[in-house]
Write a protein that binds this ligand. Structure first.
Ligand code: SAM
Length: 231
């Protein structure tokens, strides 16, 4: 039996490509994300009472990786990219049904001219189709005593520094408020693929319309330059 679902909303996010998006929500809290509800779900009645909850579950489609299909075994970055676990023991984007589930902070609900939710710390690509929203219920869903398998705590963070050129560009380009903090939170997560350690390499991560160029040596990431791109 097949089931068909239609998006109830779409994500507007500073993350314009997969590379650099934190591997789970809450890791980069400066990521201001808007969930815009689509007709006919953008009626204020659909979100009545939701503003009383501080966090929501977002069910969404990994729409950008649909065509990659799935494998029974995956290599989680958290295990260094070599060890394999079953797809259902992972949060891999490559799943039989490419559905994602993120617990995010609900900052505000707007019902002016449609309905949109302001979310903080989401790990979602710009344009992500959202299938459902559910309130987070702490007394049943918070389990601090739960076993976390191979994900036994937050990953170690990199230190982040800025070159003089990047600091100058930060002032000249006038990016959105919170941009510098977002850059630092994203780079601190070490976005490199597992086991890639090339101190000469220059990486680029797209945040809003800015290509943030950086390098990593040891446990330190350095922002080298910020380029504005036409998108
Ligand atoms: N918290 C969710 C979950 O557990 O289902 C997502 C976890 S998944 C490991 C997080 C990664 O999904 C992000 O780092 C990003 O690379 C990727 N991602 C986010 N939105 C996506 C989308 N719309 N399509 C494909 N990949 C996406």
């Amino acid at each position: 039996m097949n089931y068909t679902f239609e998006p109830i909303g779409v994500i507007h996010s500073p993350y314009r490509e997969k590379f650099g998006i934190p591997r789970q929500p809450s890791l980069a809290t400066a990521a201001g994300v808007t969930l815009q509800l689509l007709p006919p779900y953008n009626h204020p009645d659909c979100v009545r009472g939701l503003e009383a909850f501080s966090h929501v579950w977002i069910s969404f489609v990994f729409h950008q990786t649909l065509e990659r299909g799935w494998q029974p075994l995956v290599r989680p970055p958290r295990l260094g990219g070599n060890a394999k676990v079953g797809v259902f023991a992972s949060r891999s984007t490559h799943r039989p049904n490419p559905l994602g589930l993120s617990l995010v902070e609900l900052v505000s609900v707007s019902t002016e001219g449609g309905v949109s939710l302001q979310l903080a710390g989401a790990d979602l690509l710009d344009g992500t189709p959202v299938l459902d929203i559910k309130p987070y219920i702490p007394f049943v869903e918070s389990r601090p005593d739960a076993a976390g398998g191979f994900v036994d705590g937050p990953p170690p963070l990199l230190k982040v520094e800025w070159s003089d050129a990047a600091l100058r560009q930060l002032t000249e380009l006038e990016p959105p408020p919170g941009f510098a903090t977002l850059v630092e939170q994203v780079l601190a997560q070490d976005p490199r693929p597992a086991y890639q350690d090339d101190p000469q390499r220059v990486y680029g991560v797209m945040l809003y319309c800015y290509n943030v160029r950086f390098g990593i040596v040891g446990d330190k990431a350095t922002v080298l330059e910020i380029l504005r791109e036409n998108q």
